[in-house]
Design a protein around this ligand. Sequence first.
Ligand code: PMP
Length: 416
Amino acid sequence: MDIGERDHDLRERARKVIPGGLWGHMNVNAFIPGYPQFFARGEGAELWDVDGRRFVDFMCSWGPNILGHHNPAVEDAAARQRSLGDAMNGPGAVLVELAELLVETLPFAEWALFQKNGGDATTACVTIARAGTGRRKILVARGAYHGAVPWCSPSLAGVTTEDRAHLIHYDYNDAESLKAAAEEAKGDLAGIICTAFLHDYGKDQALVDPEFARTAREICTREDAALIVDDVRAGFRLDLRGTWASVGVEADLSAYSKAVANGYALAVVAGNERFRAAARPGQVYTTGSFWYGAVSMAAAVATITTLRDEAAIAHMAAMGQRLRDGLGKLASENGLSVRQTGPAQMPMVLFDDDPDFAVGNAFCLGALKAGAYFHPRHNMFICAAHTPALIDRGLEAAAVGMKAAAQAREHRMAVA
Ligand code: PMP
């Protein structure tokens, strides 16, 4: 798809005043340069780019859009709070209301702290684990993403060896490698951090293996270390009780962000009694200029109660499955084999024999042209505003994308 005129102009201007035109993973040059970079508006599960083109959206703001843009319950709650005050000298009453709601909703949690981004929350979990145990080593899965700060950023630029000292790596879902890492940390183990399931960039997803989760729990209980579940990406989309509730394993500390306030900036650390003291003032110092903002907290209360009262998770699972079934059918009609992995509400679509993602990119660009926004190598997200009609419109666009993917595959075979 040709880049729109307005998008092109904004990119030119951005290139001069923003390094690389845009920081981070939302820079479309990092996945498909032909994608729109700038957006004008969102409504429900649809997006409009700055050139006025409309898309059925399957990225959902990379996770935060869980109830749909402009969900009335969330917007009413946010507007009510905004009319009273947002960033004040201290929090609003809604801080307590939200913490109570989280403690009621997450079975392992006895308390909560609030931040702004997922990386704030995962970093606070690691710091609280170290303060609470008086030890240093953190076990981290190879390739897992926990944020863009020095201890865990995927880039080593500007990062010192000391920033990464005391991390020991294991392989996700591999209990033996986790045990070996724990052995290496012996006597100095502060915690194990695990994403809610395996959702690494460009790879097939895998749900957490219950045996692996139990091993992580056993190690932390035996060593009196913190089991940290990083539920930033999956939280509130798969299970309101926390994603590991489905395998019956309780975290000591868990990080949330993305979907918790339906697009308003908020992150959460939830923890149990064992780590309450370490999270107190006088112990770990946690604060930020905007960490008391009341509007996002009001939005979070409305988001969580709406998710609960409207059985939104089951709806997202059903819509994700409808998409998955349709994509599978379209792929086979076009002689393509796709791997659709992970939970249906967080779709990951990878084509076989596509090491450079040329086939996946062709699929996405073809579908984009026909009005659907897919991602070729990051997991996608379904939201509660996806209706069967919208999924079907997405599938019509996907049909165009699959034809383009089949051509890209033929081209690959011809040059191979
Ligand atoms: N943990 C996980 C599992 C994530 O997916 C992300 C964001 N993609 C983060 C942490 C960091 O969150 P943020 O970008 O909000 O800092």
